[in-house]
Design a protein around this ligand. Structure first.
Ligand code: COA
Length: 326
């Protein structure tokens, strides 16, 4: 009898810049207050890169930690997938830069751009390659330096984001692992959350602040995120014939505490079974879910055998989930 092959999380890691910016620090830049930011978002501080520090630097830190935890070497990796919307360069991909840093030259390496859902999208790719038997060991990373494209005079956006990376090593396993992934997108809502700068639309690198500018209609994004995540968690449980009561942990995208609380309410989960890092990290886009997952595992909260629901929502719009037995 042929056994099912799952993609199991064998190790996780984090990469956060050392520099921290508190809400009080932001009061120096824009007309805002710690009280406003904390009550509307739950964010108290965020890590930010310094001059010269890049997405690949954070990805490398997270990857080394994940590979150590998994007990794998560069030679074991069949594939590297990096979810990012803030690559070091337009090309080569951040995954290729990372592969060389890790000394894993030769394996497949590519980026996935799904904004804040980038890690879930990348995880689904790694999962599919392992389930199909094409790969045995895949490094999946979510890494961002979103503060590089913020307008620090726009209080609507600059208070929300931070930098960081998280990584997981997926290994083929017959016992346990990712049960399903669910991905969605709606390109019709582009104007609600985007960065208008690009290559093909006419990139003018000589323009001052070229590349800077996340444009967002925050309250509209909020409503769409809550609605999409509600139906996503229902879809994920139904696809596996499971009930919300079966879940041990919710590990959500960390954009806003109120969005996280809305999803927890939908699942009738008390907040002590929800991993929250948004107060420390802000919204690190594709970095947020793997950072929260790493913290949950290293702190000992999440135990082997438990059922975890990971979900994210972001620009595109994109949204996605993964249900896994850790
Ligand atoms: N400090 C103080 N006031 C601020 C502010 C800040 N940093 N940012 C916005 N405001 C003001 C607005 O200008 C507005 O003032 P006005 O009423 O005089 O025009 C007021 O606060 C309310 O703005 P609004 O956008 O309606 O607030 P909100 O309750 O929706 O909260 C967000 C704003 C951005 C925190 C919230 O909409 C949100 O989190 N949205 C989702 C964003 C997100 O998650 N994006 C990423 C998805 S991956």
């Amino acid at each position: 009898m042929k056994m099912t092959t799952y993609a199991r999380i064998a190790g996780t890691g984090s990469g956060l810049p050392d520099k921290i910016l508190t809400n009080k620090d932001l009061e120096q830049f824009v007309e805002t207050s710690d009280e406003w930011i904390t009550s509307r978002t739950g964010i108290r501080q965020r890590h930010v890169v310094v001059e010269g520090e890049t997405t690949c630097d954070l990805a490398e830190r997270a990857s080394i930690a994940a590979m150590q935890a998994a007990g794998v070497t560069a030679a074991d990796l069949d594939m590297i997938v990096v979810g990012t919307t803030t690559p070091d360069l337009i090309f080569p991909s951040t995954a290729c830069l990372l592969q060389h840093r890790l000394g894993a030259n030769g394996c497949a390496a590519f980026d996935v751009n799904a904004a804040c859902s980038g890690f879930i999208y990348a995880l689904s790719v790694g999962n599919a390659y392992i389930r199909s038997g094409v790969a045995k060991t895949v490094l999946v990373v979510g890494a961002e330096t979103l503060t590089r494209m913020l307008d620090w005079s726009d209080r609507n956006t600059c208070v929300l984001f931070g930098d960081g990376a998280g990584a997981v090593v997926l290994k083929a396993d017959t016992e346990t692992g990712i049960l399903s992934t669910h991905l969605h997108a709606d390109g019709g809502k582009k104007e609600l959350l985007y960065n208008p700068v690009g290559v093909s639309v006419g990139f003018k690198p000589e323009e001052k602040n070229a590349g800077v500018r996340v444009l967002m209609t925050g309250n509209e994004v909020f409503k769409h995120a809550v609605k999409a995540l509600d139906s996503l968690v229902d879809e994920t449980l139904a696809a596996n014939g499971l009930d919300k009561a079966d879940l041990d942990w919710l590990i959500p995208h960390q954009a806003n505490l109120r969005i996280i609380e809305a999803t927890a309410k939908r699942l009738q989960m008390p907040m002590d079974r929800v991993i929250v890092t948004v107060h420390k990290h802000g919204n690190t886009s594709a970095g947020s879910v793997p950072l929260a997952l790493d913290e949950a595992i290293r702190s000992g909260k999440v135990q082997r055998g438990q059922l975890l629901l990971l979900e994210a929502f972001g620009g595109g719009f994109t949204w996605g989930s993964a249900l896994l037995r850790y």
